[in-house]
Design a protein around this ligand. Structure first.
Ligand SMILES: Nc1ncnc2c1ncn2[C@@H]1O[C@H](COP(=O)(O)OP(=O)(O)OP(=O)(O)O)[C@@H](O)[C@H]1O
Ligand SMILES: Nc1ccn([C@@H]2O[C@H](COP(=O)(O)O)[C@@H](O)[C@H]2O)c(=O)n1
Length: 209
């Protein structure tokens, strides 16, 4: 069983996926962390974020690995854990450039398709491209202001700066952020976190095995 939860930046994908996955007793898979790892490694190595062979070389040559645990995903570079470094403002700014590289997308997709079912997969193109066969698909939205207000609790910048950065990232990610035709689109603006999780779980009575 695969459930996909896609959506725009900071729409609640990882928090909601974690809650749904815990309720179902399965892991969740945060695809964005692999793109974030690609951006972090390129930034650390001083590699141009648009240089596909160089970025791919960093990913393939150095053993980048996603560990999709139910309690939270972790990313490893060999023995070094990258997870805590993946949600900085610097990585937020750079990640869309590496995610636009077809070779990097193919590498991420291949990692994800190796994972054993069942799981909840979250990202941008889980329901459209990576797991079109998923049994249930969701797409989360909320206005840029609502998302910025939520994210402001996790970042040092003020709400207008965060809102501008989220809008820029949505624009840079526009090729990946079309909902699957068979996804249920949920505006999370009027809902709290548990409310979104409950909407999803209420539509999944037949997917719990
Ligand atoms: N429905 C909600 N109500 C209130 N806060 C929420 C809701 N959904 C998510 N949040 C909060 O919004 C913030 C962003 O959520 P989260 O990190 O899960 O989003 P995301 O879509 O995975 O982000 P990104 O695209 O940057 O990886 C978190 O602080 C989370 O707790
Ligand atoms: N399926 C995906 C997932 C992510 N991306 C790119 O990674 C960035 C970070 O993702 P978050 O989920 O952590 O926000 C995102 O802005 C995209 O550039 C993607 O392309 N496809």
């Amino acid at each position: 069983m695969i459930v996909t939860i896609d959506g725009v930046a900071a729409s609640g994908k990882s928090s909601v996926s974690g809650g749904v996955a815990r309720a179902l007793g399965v892991p969740y898979v945060s695809s964005g962390l692999l793109y974030r790892a690609a951006a972090l490694l390129a930034l650390e190595a001083g590699v141009d974020l648009r240089d596909a062979p160089a970025v791919l070389g960093l990913l393939e040559g150095r053993g980048v690995r996603l560990e999709p645990l139910a309690e939270g995903n972790r990313v490893w570079l060999g023995q070094r854990e990258l997870t805590a470094d993946l949600h900085s403002t610097r990585v937020d700014k750079g990640v869309s450039a590496v995610a636009a590289l077809p070779d990097v997308r193919a590498w991420v997709d291949a990692q994800l398709r190796l994972l054993p079912e069942p799981f909840v997969a979250e990202g941008r193109d889980m329901g459209t491209n990576v797991f079109p066969q998923a049994q249930a698909k969701f797409y989360l939205t909320a206005s840029p202001r609502v998302r910025a207000e939520r994210r402001a609790k996790e970042r040092p910048e003020d709400i207008p700066a965060i809102e501008a950065a989220l809008t820029r990232r949505d624009e840079a990610d526009r090729r990946q952020i079309t909902p699957a035709a068979d996804a249920l689109v949920i505006d999370t603006g009027p809902l709290d976190l548990q409310g979104v999780i409950d909407v999803i779980l209420s539509t999944l009575p037949d997917c719990r095995s």
